[in-house]
Design a protein around this ligand. Sequence first.
Ligand code: F6P
Length: 568
Amino acid sequence: MACSALICDSEPWKDLKGHVEDIKKTHLRDLMRDSERCKSMMVEFDGLLLDYSRQCARQDTIQKLFGLAEAAHLKEKIKKMYDGEHINSTEDRSVLHVALRASRDTVICNDGKNIVSDVWKVLDKISEFSERVRSGSWVGVTGKALKDVIAVGIGGSFLGPLFVHTALQTDPEAIACAEGRQLRFLANVDPIDVARSITGLNPETTLVVVVSKTFTTAETMLNARTLREWISAALGSEAVAKHMVAVSTNLTLVEKFGIDPNNAFAFWDWVGGRYSVCSAVGMLPLSLQYGFSVVEKFLKGASSIDQHFYSAPFDKNIPVLLGLLSVWNVSFLGYPARAILPYSQALEKFAPHIQQACMLTTTLSFNMESNGKGVSIDGVPLPFEAGEIDFGEPGTNGQHSFYQLIHQGRVIPCDFIGVVKSQQSALFMFLLDCFTGEVVSNHDELMSNFFAQPDALAYGKSPEQLLTEKVPQHLISHKTFSGNRPSLNLLLPCLNAYNIGQLLAIYEHRIAVEGFIWGINSFDQWGVELGKSLASQVRKQLNKSRTKGEPVEGFNYSTTTMLKKYLE
Ligand code: F6P
């Protein structure tokens, strides 16, 4: 297939379209009876176990998806990414976040230059700087150690680091390394978020890390100025040099802002914002909080998946399988959403991060920003559904809110993510339930749900079963579960820095696979520009009205009325 052709015109796509009718005749309940099929739908790698047997798919479906991958030149596209080709064609950039976690001796080139040594120069600087701050050899202007950090940034310069920080917060090794330290984030330009970020902190003991790829993002720049004021007002303007550092690709603007370029940590335009967790964007704040040895483990976990993604055959390749199954669910079975359901409270910020990373044709959030596109990479409108609406909540909390919808309402493919050994295994007490006589621990209780929910979705409950249970006739339809609702399970051995890195990389690469198959550019984000430019018109109006009393003009009736009310 020529690169400019749409994938939906390929024979494997048409074949899969026809195959849907066949699959729709089969209930998951029946598919699950075939243990050979189930066995073939399990993949183990580096301590992880993926079970996708509860997808509405047979073995021949998976073969057909591999045919689709071939038609979309998936293998070649993955190679092009690792080879540093400018696959982000609308921005004329390569996409090399894999270089951020490559070992020192790896060679990965961008425009003919090995970039791994540049990556390690910054990582070494992060290691050295964070050690100085943590040990108290870098102190604030009043000579006090900087034990608190506020990372100011938004979108990709916030969500990934927040996810990793939240996941590490309860890991025993990370806890031990973070003793006496606090890491907070300031993302929203809302003064409430500003207040929350500084409440209870003393500027004397606080280090502000301004994180912005462009160093032009309105919210981040205003928040950075606000915190600069907070520091200057308390300690004098010369304190900024000791209390503010930056992470950016735009070191000229960092200097203009007043941050010493020596205290700036670089990254590069070949790192997309939402793929930047493993750059200084995430590594600096996290290393300040947990120490470099912890973040290095995180990078190693991500790197293990990078190598797997590059070299494993597709039938054993976790990100490839996940990506192909997403395409199957969205574009063929017509399920536009995906629920990300980690059975670990530590992963509570995982779904919000993945939301931004993805964003395909229909919506925006990692997946939704990457794949929230309406045209192919060549600018041709897509005649098929691509991209999914990602959302999620840790189990079992989600079970008590939106699971009703996914069991009896809309069909939403679910990712169940579970952990064998809890971070809090010290709390692994077996307690007697005085009502049932069973002995259970918190983690076993949690995981009982992790194992049960996928079967409830797959098998459902028929009216016949309800009748044998003597359910009254008028409740039969209410209590019937149609089942046949797809899900998959990903089981991690535990949730330390290494596993968190693995999880991140799996989802990053899954997004790339989806985009490569759909033939869209998962690495640009033009869709966020229009709102930003309209906000700047409103900002100008507010400024003119407040400072010169100028009337509101140039907006439609609705916005004019709202603005007048606001200015009153
Ligand atoms: O929301 C759009 C976006 O450009 C994201 O892609 C990016 O992560 C975020 O804004 C923040 O941008 P920056 O890091 O340049 O401040």
